[in-house]
Design a binder for this molecule. Sequence first.
Ligand code: NAP
Ligand code: GDD
Length: 379
Amino acid sequence: MCKKKAIITGITGQDGAYLAEYLISKNYIVHGIKRRSSIFNTERIDHLYQDPHVKNPNLILHYGDLTDSMNLTRILQEVQPDEIYNLAAMSHVGVSFDTPEYTANADGIGTLRILEAIRLLNLVKKTKIYQASTSELYGLVREIPQKETTPFYPRSPYAVAKLYAYWITINYREAYKMHASNGILFNHESPIRGETFVTRKVTRAVSRIALGTQEKVFMGNLSSKRDWGHAKDYVKGMYLILQQEEPDDYVLATGIATEIRDFIKMAFLEIGIKIIFKGKNIDEKGYMVELDKNLFEKNVGLKYLSNIVKRIKNNNLVIEVDSSYFRPTEVDILVGDASKAYKKLGWKPEYNIKSLVSEMVKSDIELFKNKVINRKKYF
Ligand code: NAP
Ligand code: GDD
């Protein structure tokens, strides 16, 4: 039997990497679209990479960009995919306030370019498409928890661009009978999460503070709440959405909301350190107040224990607030109701917030213990 062919845009990102591995394990040939960059940007998929001279490879990379319709159309024509997972996006909400026009182009019109290519190439009957929609669409939330029928109220250029992508996907489904579906995914994280998203920023800082290579970390709004799951669970949901007979839109979420402050506490607790917060707004600060030496030794190492004991005694300040990380309009709470996905797809996350935090902290400790950072000066 012929292997199925899938195109993944955004294959070098967190979700693209997990999904590529998952689809290859399901015997797909995966075609990934990556941007040209001045330095290698395939670290997350290097373990899947195959030399282009290998016979019958199961991973093939193409240069491309969501802002370039001709290039996307050419790749679709060459590959004739059974499935497309459109994951590429300028995905940082904070950065979208600095680059609103580019974000609209890549995240909004980018989706249109792919849908239009499917139509122009007469692939409507053959190719199914998954659009990476987002819980950010709910923004200033109209109800708690949010589900497929909850009205949207986007609060950033990113969310507004994704709103266009959401509706154009539905419009092409209705107008041309495309198998086009939206996954409205709540936040999902992992050890390979981008370093500037809040969870990874925290787990990296916790690890480096534990190893004695960082003093403290500056954070933005500590009061917002997010529904955090693991990317591994969520890419399985993406796959399931495209295996349905009929296209449709689904929320994927864990149903549990956690405050940023509590995520920070949980990450430090993973290495036996208790954090308390004092002060308000911009003057709020986080301090290390207690240490479980056995847990620290187990999860970080005996070698680093005396240093952290000294730190807690002499200077226990580890969290400060920097208002430059505040967003002009914030999304205060996101928490999803994924019962439709559970009923129709049989999708249920395996990870919970505790196992997610634990895996991320342990992975970052390993990373910073073993990585030889090349800090040669440029001049
Ligand atoms: P990510 O780690 O930031 O990855 C984004 C990917 O898109 C990267 O491969 C990036 O390439 C690529 N990309 C960015 N702009 C592009 C362009 N103009 N043309 C082609 N490729 C471009 O994001 P993620 O967390 O994996 O998320 C995947 C998708 O799901 C995104 O669309 C995101 O908005 C959406 N989403 C994510 C979450 C979440 O919590 N993770 C939740 C809901 C929805 P480079 O590697 O070259 O930068
Ligand atoms: N990034 C970041 N950095 N966020 C911070 C910080 C900080 O130092 N301090 C506090 N926060 C707060 C943000 O203000 C926001 O309320 C929350 O932490 C989460 O921020 P991010 O981790 O950047 O994620 P996001 O929720 O804005 O967006 C992510 O999830 C969306 C799904 O809901 C991204 O992955 C989006 O692409 C995705 O659509």
